[in-house]
Design a protein around this ligand. Structure first.
Ligand code: ATP
Ligand code: ZN
Length: 192
């Protein structure tokens, strides 16, 4: 008899990793995990765990490489918004890794309101979600795509605003930025 195995993609290390593994453990599923392992088996059921970068999880699930995944709503929604015929769907909101995707601007700068974003340059790693927000507010602005350290863009004078993930807000404060508006509230999702 052959047993079909289910593959689930989890973040290898980072802000989703620990709580994702804990969730499986709380379900009675123990992951035999050794350091630098990409692939682990679960003892109790025919489930294989794939440990990857969070950014790869939406694609892995959408393309059928994995049946399930746990990923932040921010990453999932960006991929969904930017991919034609994207078919992965949300099974459940999991409540951990809460954060928000926010537009922030320099304290005491020229941009005081959302309407003031017209004609500005906004740095972000979430171009599709940002664009959807701008379109829904009938605002035309330039997007500067950056893969990291987005919060330094205004200080470098390469952008007037940023659109980035915020949890406590400490990074914004440290960079003299203030939140203008939240465009997405995010938490970990179980997706299929
Ligand atoms: P990877 O190496 O897998 O690409 P990463 O550096 O892109 O990881 P992390 O910083 O580990 O990502 O964040 C993973 C996810 O956790 C984010 O996409 C977001 O959903 C959520 N997150 C981000 N910052 C926080 C935070 N301060 N507190 C809780 N959750 C957060
Ligand atoms: Zn990532």
């Amino acid at each position: 008899m052959t047993t079909e195995r289910i593959r689930i993609a989890l973040q290898k290390s980072g802000r989703l990793a620990e709580d994702s593994l804990k969730l499986l453990k709380d379900c009675g599923l123990h992951v035999a995990r050794s350091k630098d392992q990409l692939f682990c088996r679960i003892k109790e059921l025919p489930i294989d765990v794939l440990l990857v970068r969070d950014d790869d999880i939406p694609n892995f699930v959408d393309s059928g490489i994995c049946e399930l995944g746990i990923v932040g709503e921010n990453v999932f929604a960006e991929m969904k918004t930017g991919t034609e015929n994207f078919s992965a769907t949300v099974v459940e909101r999991l409540g951990f890794s809460q954060c928000r995707l926010t537009i922030a601007v320099p304290e005491n700068g020229a941009v005081k309101s959302v309407a003031d974003l017209a004609g500005t340059t906004i740095a972000t790693s979430y171009p599709h979600l940002l664009q959807a927000f701008l379109i829904s507010h009938k605002i035309t602005a330039k997007t500067l795509v950056m893969m990291g350290s987005v919060e330094v863009a205004p200080r470098l004078k390469i952008a007037d605003a940023i659109c980035d993930i915020v949890a406590s807000g400490a990074t914004l404060t440290a960079n003299n930025l203030r939140e203008l508006t939240t465009i997405l509230n995010s938490q970990a999702l179980l997706v299929r």
